[in-house]
Design a binder for this molecule. Sequence first.
Ligand code: BGC
Length: 500
Amino acid sequence: MGGAGWLRVAAAAGCAAVTCALATAMVARRVVAWRRWLRAMAVLRDVEESFATPTERLQRVVNSLAVEMFAGLASEDASKVRMLLTCVDSLPDGSEEGIYYAVDIGGTGFRFLKVQLGPGSTIINQKIERQPVKKELMEGTSEDFFNSIASTLKNFIEREGDEGRALGFTFSFPVRQFSITSGSLIRWTKEFSIEDAIGQDVAQCLNEALERNGLNLKVNALMNNTVGTLALGHYYDEDTIAAVIIGAGTNACYIERNEAITKCQCLLTNSGQTVVNVEWGSFRPPQIPLTPYDICFYNETTNYYDQGFEKMISGVYLGEIARLVFHKMAQESDVFGTDVDGLAIPFILSTPCLAAIREDDSLDLKEVGSILEEQLKIHNVPLKTRRLVQRVCDIITQRAARLAAAGIVAILQKLGRDGTLCGTTRVRSMTGVPKRSAIAIDGCLYKEYSVFREYLNEAVLEILGEEIAATVVLKVVEEGSGMGAALIAATYSSTRNNSI
Ligand code: BGC
């Protein structure tokens, strides 16, 4: 071989070596990327396992909650669920008439309502105004909070005309009621923290603010939002025995026989029954493992290490749980790239965004990509990561919906309507068929998030079985909490009847 030949061989060998080195580097990079992806997948697998709620586990959650409910009826502070007596023993029956106002203070906003009732369960007219609640009011003073409500109500009444005299007040936090028109705030939930209001009579606070604002009006029915929802449900369907809220927060109430309320031996009501506000948000199901995301959450939110059920189910929290999972994935891998500061901001991902991610059914998950860009400032997320994101939102939704379903079945069990003999006596109609049980539901998670609703309905069927599930009707009751407040105001301002 001549000199030129050797040169060609050397050049070819050099090229081969460079190509080989490049290929090795590429393979090494791919291996690293693949390992990182596997780390993200390991987080996913862990989330899948720890958020799992197989039927048998749910059934045990049902039993535990039913036991807590019995304990809460036996004595104060004996249970994680407060089982608060609402002083409501009469529900509207359709005969109410006249014009009523209501103020509904919930998780995300204030609502002001004027409702005109006609005979035969007819709502002739209704006017509703909504106002989002400002963060500074949620954390400020009691006087500012109630003043803001009173002055907005005043403007509303001035615009609407001053005909109505009775005012229903829905206050969606745990309150120990002394009467239908009074009750003291036990604690704030849903990240409200107006410290000086705790222990105060919230109806009186509103009455004083109404007076300061020159309004000649007083609260004549104070209630929880579950109770308002029950009232509206019952107005249209007499088989309504309970109401559930699944929105910013979560809770339920139901109609209980007075003799079952053993902590209050001499409870006398016209109907022999009382509506009990379960306050199930503070239940902590022992069968459901607390994941690192729940624990972290327990530390960083108000009601430290409390409100477990609510923090696993409701709208204030689900988006944040997802954010915590994504943050963990970003720490373990580079699936979100390197610019992931957005993921470190608490509560940056709202639950409506989580719902939109889960419900994106486009092939390229375009909506998921836009939410990651706009809310979390994470750009150009590849499709396989978008799929991962969607899967995480699905898992979180599923656990939440299935736990809410377990809550509903626990109430049925407590009332002996779940087909088992775990509750009180099994409730059957004269023909031996289990009685029809209607449950009124309000709250945006159930109403507006169809995947959540489907998971919940599916789990109720799974736990109860087909025969009993066929006797249970879950009914969406629009604006139940506010409309129901007007209805109860009407019930309690007219001649009382004797039945619930
Ligand atoms: C409150 C309940 C309320 C529920 C739904 C919870 O945080 O403690 O009183 O009914 O939210 O709004």
